[in-house]
Design a protein. Structure first.
Length: 445
């Protein structure tokens, strides 16, 4: 064994985890292929706010690499990180577009939430909060975000459009041109992309999402529906978004609620993903995650770095499970993903050519996986099922992740109280529920 290999073995404990350098690198490549769609999707979503696409692209790649490097080197887990789906949608469609908040202020909110998460992780308050939240609400938050992503995907694809009579309706599959019916190609290509992802995933083809995105983009470029500017180019400047956070308008009632949502969603999403992926890898000890504090340090640091660079919250990716399935057991897998994320920096023209209807299928597909969490909800106990349902339903129907989370906490505490089971409500849930009621009463929706 070479000195270099033996150092890797000692640092990442490869022999102890019954793995090799080659296995870990291949596992990292596998994880990267399943999640690299984010370098295309995230800039596409955030650029809707007016942020520079190229700068967000660079911020996405670098912040993901930072998170992966810290997770791999410090915590030694095969878990990759990148800007979170759902959180970027909340940033764009709820905070900036919905509330009219400048993206600079929204980035400041992300930064502050990262600092809070860092402090909470350091003092183990984060673990206490996660352990106190009822399982039904944890799973409902994930499922609700899945439906929220699905609605955004259907809207971006043109499959769902506004209607004065029914609020929403199905989009047209054709357009009329001088009385002649012609295919509505963006809608049809979005459907093609979704079916392609499903079929590729069924046959366990690695990188199903990115293959679909690139295939639809290539077809669109061939049809003149998008402009193809090449594949490789110099790295775009990150200056338009770097350190552009605006803290002046941050500390008012509505923005404090936004910070709370960023904090809460990342809190449970990150911890749940860490535990879930580690469980699949057989890394839990007595049902608990060793070195959890180090792992939580990785995502909170990456959030702070990401906001400084110009992107929404960074979070562990459930797609890391694909690398685990390929044999990844140590942080060398995560570091491999980080290196590949940095390599993406030279492919910005390819990312800019991808139209919204090509990335919409990816959002829809991710929604399927997030909705699977409803299997963990106790639907037989109405005091658990009803708050979970309200959490899930309110997110897409109010177009707000925050309102869904709020309704979940408030209804859980109230229903348990009215049913004579108030003792089952953790103190932390009461505190959060009362905080949301106060927010609605004094500050409005």
């Amino acid at each position: 064994m070479s000195t270099h290999t033996s150092w890797l073995d000692r640092h990442f404990k490869l022999s102890e985890h019954n793995t090799t350098v080659r296995t870990e690198i291949m596992a990292g490549v596998t994880t990267f292929l399943t999640m690299c769609y984010i370098v295309i999707v995230n800039p596409g979503i955030l650029s809707i706010t007016g942020m520079d696409f190229g700068a967000v692209f660079v911020a996405t790649c670098i912040s993901a690499a930072i998170g992966c490097f810290i997770m791999g080197a410090l915590a030694n887990y095969p878990v990759a990180l990148a800007p979170g789906m759902g959180l970027n949608a909340y940033f764009t469609f709820a905070v900036v577009k919905g509330m009219g908040v400048p993206w600079q202020v929204a980035l400041a909110a992300v930064f502050v939430s990262g600092v809070i998460i860092f402090v909470f992780s350091f003092f183990k308050i984060r673990e206490m909060l996660v352990n106190a939240l009822p399982m039904s609400l944890k799973m409902a938050i994930a499922a609700g975000i899945g439906l929220f992503l699905a609605l955004i995907a259907l809207k971006n694809a043109g499959l769902v459009v506004a209607s004065d009579a029914t609020l929403v309706k199905m989009g047209d599959l054709y357009v009329l041109n001088e009385g002649v019916k012609l295919p509505n190609w963006p809608v049809l290509l979005a459907l093609l992309g979704f079916f392609l992802i499903v079929v590729l995933d069924y046959f366990r083809v690695r990188g199903a999402i990115i293959i679909s995105i690139l295939a639809v983009t290539a077809i669109a470029a061939g049809m003149g529906l998008t402009e193809f500017k090449g594949i490789v180019a110099p790295i775009p400047s990150v200056a338009p978004t770097f350190m552009q956070m605006d803290f002046n308008q941050l500390f008012n009632g509505s923005m404090i609620a936004v910070i709370f949502v960023f904090f809460l969603v990342d809190l449970f999403d990150s911890t749940g993903t860490l535990v879930g992926v580690s469980h699949r890898a057989g890394l839990l000890v007595d049902g608990k995650l060793p070195r959890l504090k180090r792992a939580l340090f990785a995502d909170s640091t990456a959030i702070i770095a990401g906001a400084s660079l110009g992107t929404s919250s960074i979070t562990p990716y459930v797609e890391s499970a694909s690398g685990v399935a390929a044999g990844g057991r140590t942080g060398l897998t995560a570091i491999t993903v980080g290196v590949l994320m940095l390599a993406c920096l030279w492919f910005s023209p390819l990312a800019q050519a991808v139209p919204a209807f090509a990335t919409a299928p990816a959002l829809l597909y991710i929604g399927i996986h997030m909705l699977r969490s409803t299997l963990e909800i106790d639907w037989e106990d109405m005091t658990e099922a009803a708050p979970a349902f309200l959490t899930i339903a309110f997110m897409p129907f109010t177009y707000s992740i925050a309102d869904g989370i709020a309704m979940g906490f408030i209804s859980y505490a109230l229903i348990k109280l009215l049913c004579g089971r108030a003792k089952e409500v953790p103190v932390m849930v009461w505190i959060v529920a009362v905080a949301w009621v106060a927010k609605f009463w004094f500050l409005g929706v």
